[in-house]
Design a protein around this ligand. Structure first.
Ligand code: G3H
Length: 255
């Protein structure tokens, strides 16, 4: 199967913007979970979108995951360097280096010709240990950058899948699901109305900061992420969503 994208899906996009009450929706035909070409096309669109809004001195936060890793791969290198800083929006080291936010931040900044800062914070630390780490000079600087972030590019996922990927204890996962968690983004878990159920404690973007931001671009496709997309769309009407036809149709069935 080869997809040639000529002009997007304007009618479906408009319907979805209205249903999700968000600023902008871009839909790539097909199913990105089944067809790598669709996912790559989503990456290219994000790359174009990002270059459209970037201003000098922007601080671009990014998150991890396989979708964001593809976005980074598909980003077209710029011929003029951008005066921007790219930073992981949240700490947390996953097992697979190529899908970690640190690797993705480095790759995106290279493509843009900008700077990057890494954030080395392990995934499961107690409150006291996190407080200690936050005193470290480099981490302090990273926290300041995160607080002053001007653009956020993020992946979002299903609560159950992300909780398993993070190796949360079974009772914790059961509890989250019992409380209605369907979505995870930047370490926060939400129910379908966008109510926060739980936050995985680490260093990174706060929910209030997210809600205040002007430029937020979420990327997620595949019908299994439909509920997660609905949940995250409740958080801010300023979100631009880059998704696929399969998720779009499923969302319209549910809403
Ligand atoms: O927080 C959610 C993840 O970024 C989604 O990960 O792109 O591998 O599905 P994924």
């Amino acid at each position: 199967e080869v997809y040639v994208i000529l002009k997007g899906m304007p009618e479906l996009e408009k319907k979805l913007e209205e249903a999700l009450k968000i600023k902008d929706v871009i839909i790539v035909p097909g199913n990105s979970q089944k067809n790598g070409l669709v996912l790559r096309e989503m990456g290219k669109i994000i790359s174009a979108k990002l270059k459209d809004i970037i201003k000098p001195k922007d601080i671009i936060g990014i998150t991890g995951g396989s979708t964001m890793a593809t976005v980074a791969d598909e980003m077209t290198p710029s011929n003029k360097p951008y005066d921007v800083t790219v930073i992981p929006a949240r700490g947390g080291l996953g097992k697979e280096v190529e899908t970690q936010s640190n690797s993705i931040a480095a790759k995106i900044s290279q493509k843009l010709g900008g700077n990057y800062r890494l954030l080395y914070v392990p995934d499961s630390l107690e409150k006291e240990a996190l407080e200690m780490i936050a005193k470290n000079g480099e981490i302090k600087e990273a926290i300041e950058l995160i607080d002053n972030m001007t653009i956020l590019l993020f992946g979002l996922g299903r609560a159950d899948i992300m909780a398993n990927r993070r190796n949360l204890p079974k009772e914790k996962i059961d509890g989250l699901l019992k409380n209605g968690a369907v979505a995870e983004a930047f370490g926060h878990y939400f129910d379908i109305e966008g109510n926060e159920i739980w936050e995985y404690k680490t260093i990174g973007i706060r929910l209030n900061k997210y809600k205040e931001m002007e430029h937020i671009i979420g990327v997620a496709g595949g019908e299994e992420k439909a509920e997660a997309i609905i949940a995250i769309s409740h958080l801010s009407s300023k979100m631009t969503l880059v998704t696929d036809e399969s998720a779009a149709k499923k969302i319209l069935e549910i809403i």
